[in-house]
Write a protein that binds this ligand. Structure first.
Ligand SMILES: Cc1cc2nc3c(=O)[nH]c(=O)nc-3n(C[C@H](O)[C@H](O)[C@H](O)COP(=O)(O)O)c2cc1C
Ligand SMILES: CCCCC(=O)C(=O)O
Length: 369
């Protein structure tokens, strides 16, 4: 989508409508930072196209009146199989930043994932009644990495999500063309004082703080270091998924980082079936990258995910109306999911995970109920 489109006159009916509103409000370089992908953005586009090629096979005569969207994610009760994805620098789109999103997620009964590069202290993100996941970048500063893990435990985080697809940042051409730098008011305050990157491009800052040598032996170190459920975010290959399970991972996020890392990477929704086949129910499988509707959530469930992470649409809601805007996005997605589940004849999440899917490259034969 391009900057400068007119704001629609009606209330937003879809998450894409919310994006249109956000685009009209945000400075073009901020919109581009959030919306953009890496390279020629082939993966960014393919993420969306791939969902549309996954055709659900509804069940009939199942007597479903209203569908129950509730579930658990990594042991945490959730009002639907959705958690807020970790995203750096929320305050670039709205001054209320991460605290507003964590409050909206808690009120919606959904886990919020705080990012290592959050723009406010982590203890402001642990909301009474809310469930906090913590996303970890593997920092060159190992003491700070250990401190972040300890801090996540101290704050009662329910999972540690280690991002494994960012040895360094993908080449984001929009940011390079726009000369985008993270403004001081969104700086990552949970890094040590000297590492907060004032005035640098995001890529240069990431290169200076993230250790690109992260490997399986470091994963063993993290596994020994914490008793929190450990989730690897950014897995696309079944062999990597199996190895992660063998090393004690409790969850995986099948993700191409929203098309922001390896351009040309496979859409997550197409990578999911092989990963599900490789590891079965050995650990929890989440998926992100391009989820934009309740039908997309249902597609991910039907292809074997336990749930999804929602990325950019959360920031579009925040941009439009702060906490209220995020609440509107989450409520809309839940209503869409309930409608899609009921129309598919799936009364609950377990039934949704048994639906059949037909599609060009993502095929899963329906199992008997
Ligand atoms: C502005 C922005 C910042 C992000 N920051 C992080 C981050 O700090 N850590 C991380 O693991 N993923 C980060 N991501 C990736 C998201 O967690 C997620 O994988 C991706 O946005 C999902 O795709 P979607 O936006 O299409 O839903 C970021 C994504 C965006 C758009
Ligand atoms: C270190 C990269 C910045 C945060 C991020 O992960 C993203 O923008 O996708």
């Amino acid at each position: 989508m391009t900057a400068g489109t007119a704001v629609p006159a009606t209330d937003p009916l879809t998450l894409d409508d919310v994006e249109d509103r956000a685009r009209a409000l945000l400075a073009p370089e901020v919109y581009d930072f959030v919306a953009g992908g890496s390279g020629g953005e082939a993966t960014l586009r393919a993420n969306r196209a791939a969902f549309d090629r996954c055709h659900l096979v509804p069940r009939v005569l199942s007597g479903v009146d209203t569908a129950d969207t509730t579930t658990t994610l990594l042991g945490v009760p959730a009002s639907m199989p959705v958690a807020v994805a970790p995203m750096a620098f929320h305050a670039v789109v709205h001054p209320d930043g991460e605290p507003a999103v964590s409050r909206a997620a808690a009120a919606a009964g959904l886990p919020f994932t705080a990012a290592t590069l959050a723009g406010c202290p982590l203890d402001e993100l642990s909301v009474p009644g809310g469930a906090l996941f913590f996303q970890l970048y593997w920092l060159r500063d190992r003491d700070r990495t250990a401190w972040l893990i300890d801090e996540a435990e101290r704050l009662g985080a329910r999972a540690l999500m280690l991002t494994v697809d960012v040895p360094f940042m993908g080449r984001r051409l929009r940011d390079l063309r726009n000369g985008f730098a993270v403004p001081a008011h969104a700086a990552p305050v949970n890094l040590s004082d000297t590492q907060r990157g004032g005035g640098q491009s995001v890529g240069a800052h990431a290169a200076s703080v993230i250790d690109p040598t992260l490997s399986w032996s470091d994963l063993e170190w993290v596994r020994r270091r914490t008793r929190l459920p450990l989730v690897l975010k950014g897995v696309l290959d079944p062999a990597d998924a199996r190895r992660a399970v063998d090393l004690g991972a409790d969850g995986l996020v099948v993700s191409n980082h929203g098309g922001r890392q390896l351009d040309g990477a496979v859409p997550s929704i197409l990578a999911l079936p092989a990963i599900r086949d490789a590891i079965g129910d050995a650990c929890e499988i989440l998926l992100d990258s391009g989820v934009r509707s309740g039908t997309d959530v249902l597609r991910a469930l039907a292809l074997g995910a336990h749930g999804v992470l929602l990325g950019r649409p959360v920031l579009w809601g925040l941009a439009v109306d702060g906490e209220t805007g995020v609440t509107a996005v989450l409520d809309l997605l839940r209503a869409e999911l309930a409608t899609s589940m009921a129309l598919a004849g799936a009364p609950h999440v377990a039934a949704a995970r048994r639906l059949g899917v037909r599609g060009a490259s993502a095929t899963r034969v329906r199992e008997e109920r």
